[in-house]
Write a protein that binds this ligand. Structure first.
Ligand code: BES
Ligand code: ZN
Length: 583
């Protein structure tokens, strides 16, 4: 036997799932899904065991498609991996069916009461399966190295709408319940399985794109993301045809733990992107870019996560450069560079987590998550691009995408591909140090633009009103990030009085500011910090704010009491990650 992935029980000597059919009934009262999944194999089984990933599922029965009972064992749960479901599969079996229920605290699912939604009248349910949470929704071979197509049927209360990261193929109302059916014809890694149920309305943005949101937010969302077709066209010009037919968007409730999630055909987005000025559309560009880097060419497992995220940040900033120009892309790269420095500081006790290729046996991918695979991966690719020249690098990138299209790739695949297509290029940039060395090698690409240099010239002083007249949110973020820490309380007050940062509308600026002022010991911002922690569940904002509170003796207890107060509002993944951070 050989495991395919440090985060899955899937075994390469067992039958392999090719496709699955999923049927689930959503029970908002008990907060469970009553479900059944049929896993179809790539070939008839030779006879023997099949290990599936599950987490907190109650398994009721395992049968063949004709209903013959199969022997199974649910093994004791591993804290990270969940429970191995071992099924004994007779020779010749082509599919197995598992009937089960999910747990009310399933790690992928957040069940919201009506009060936790904008409309306040209907409940809401959504999934977040990346990295290893699909197993809490359905028993499966939960590794990105096994791609699967699927069909799904979701039974929901009739007033609600179900959406999935798949093609919708019909809705039937049966009394108080409605059944919505979906098909996913393109094979996906299980972490891209996704759905949401709620009071949802939609608005078309282009012939191949619409936005879904709660009715009260759908107009604002349609405005904010109105340029999505130009993103699609820019991305296709750079990376080749879009392979997923539709690119729809779903605005999530505020507790969504990420900024965006690249669920195929239906990207999930935090409502904090609705800034009213399109200043955060780079997140849409990022999730769209995943349609190539990540969803078409997928990392074999979380140890090669930089292949998903580093390539996607590179692609995101190429889209941004095409749409908004090089100075804008340079500003974003500079903000990314600051966040990479902060990630290096946070990992100072674990330098091995600052390598691009990581070893994650016994490590929960949600705990290993950081900006390193994003921003170090981005810098590595920019350094390669600068060395090879843009035209050559574009050719290599397209070759990479077409060679591994609808496949999984590892860091070794990356090295082999580049060695073959551009002999000597990797050695020129010291690729070994990038991939298996901590932090950064001596030589790396740096962004340049006059807009960037203007911000950098201000340094540690308070800028004048004149100097900031042309600043957008990204300049502010860059300036605040670059201030030497801790900033004095006096300087915090001067900044806030001059520029009203505590009421900043852009959440990136707001959270950067609140974190900095909290760390400085400026207690005037604490009511606003509490407000943000109570309203938003995006981990990118929760982490720096809880961390800043935890840094000072006088606010450490506040971090704990606020977490206790707001915990129930956060997604199960955020509850776990922030819980460990607060201690
Ligand atoms: N795929 C990630 C989100 C993710 C990563 C979920 C790991 C679970 C585990 C998504 O594409 C992402 O990177 N989102 C960023 C957007 C940003 C880089 C523009 C986010 O949420 O902040
Ligand atoms: Zn991403």
């Amino acid at each position: 036997m050989a495991r395919l992935d440090p985060h899955s029980f899937a075994d390469d000597t067992h039958p392999r799932t090719r496709a699955f059919d999923w049927k689930a009934s959503v029970d908002f009262e008990r907060r469970i899904l009553a479900a059944e999944v049929t896993l179809h194999f790539t070939a008839p089984a030779k006879g023997g065991p099949l290990d599936l990933d599950t987490r907190a599922l109650s398994i009721e029965a395992v049968t063949t498609i004709s209903g013959a009972a199969l022997k199974f064992v649910v093994h004791p749960a591993d804290a990270i991996l969940g429970s191995r479901l071992e099924v004994t599969v007779p020779a010749g079996t082509e599919a197995v069916r598992v009937t089960y229920r999910t747990a009310p605290d399933a790690s992928a699912l957040q069940w919201l009461s009506p009060e936790q939604t904008m409309g306040g009248a209907q409940p809401f349910l959504f999934s977040q399966c990346q990295a290893i949470h699909a197993r809490s929704v359905l028993p499966c071979q939960d590794t990105p190295s096994i791609r699967q197509t699927y069909t799904a049927s979701l039974e929901v209360p009739a007033p609600l709408r179900a959406v999935m990261a798949a093609a919708s193929v019909g809705r039937e109302v049966k009394g108080a319940r409605a059944v919505e059916r979906f098909e996913m014809p393109q094979p996906i890694p299980p972490y891209l399985f996704a759905f949401a149920v709620g009071d949802l309305a939609s608005k078309d943005l282009s012939p191949r794109s619409r936005v879904w949101a709660e009715p009260a937010q759908v107009d604002a969302a349609a405005w904010e993301f109105g340029d999505v077709e130009s993103h699609l066209e820019a991305a296709e010009a750079l990376f080749g045809p879009y392979d997923w037919e539709r690119f729809d968007l779903l605005v999530m409730p505020p507790s969504f733990p990420y900024g965006g999630m690249e669920n195929p055909r239906l990207t999930f987005l935090t409502p904090t992107l609705l800034a009213g000025d399109k200043s955060l559309v780079n997140v849409v560009a990022h999730e769209l870019a995943h349609s190539w880097t990540g969803n078409l060419v997928t990392n074999t497992n979380a140890e090669h996560f930089w292949l998903n995220e580093g390539f996607t940040v590179f692609a995101e900033r190429r889209i941004l450069e095409a749409l908004e120009g090089e100075p804008m892309a340079a500003l974003h790269a500079a903000v990314g560079f600051q966040s990479l420095q902060q990630a290096f500081e946070q990992h100072s006790a674990h330098p091995e987590l600052t390598k691009l290729r990581t070893t994650l046996t016994g490590i929960d991918p949600d705990e290993a998550f950081s900006q390193v695979p994003y921003e170090k991966g981005f810098l590595f690719l920019k350094t390669l691009e600068a060395e090879a020249g843009r035209a050559t690098f574009d050719r290599l990138l397209k070759g990479w995408l077409s060679t591994f299209r609808f496949k999984a790739a590892s860091t070794d695949d990356f090295v082999a591909f580049f060695e073959k297509e551009a002999p000597g290029l990797l050695a020129k940039v010291d690729a070994k140090a990038w991939i298996d060395g901590p932090q950064l090698p001596a030589k790396y690409w740096k962004p340049h633009s006059t807009r960037l240099e203007a911000v950098q010239r201000i340094g540690a002083r308070v800028p004048t009103a004149n100097e900031v007249t042309t600043w957008g949110a990204t300049e502010w973020q860059l300036y605040l990030d670059a201030l030497p820490k801790p900033v004095s309380v006096a300087q915090c007050r001067a900044l806030d009085e001059a520029f009203q940062l505590t009421t900043a509308k852009n959440p990136e600026v707001l959270v950067t500011w609140l974190g900095l002022a909290t760390e400085a010991g400026d207690s005037t911002v604490l009511p606003r910090v509490e407000q943000v922690l109570g309203r938003v569940g995006r981990m990118k904002y929760l982490k720096p704010l809880y961390r800043a509170l935890g840094k000072r003796a006088e606010t450490k207890a506040l971090a704990q009491s606020l977490f206790a107060k707001f915990k129930a509002r956060y997604h199960p993944i955020a509850q776990q990650v922030i819980g460990r951070l607060v201690g």
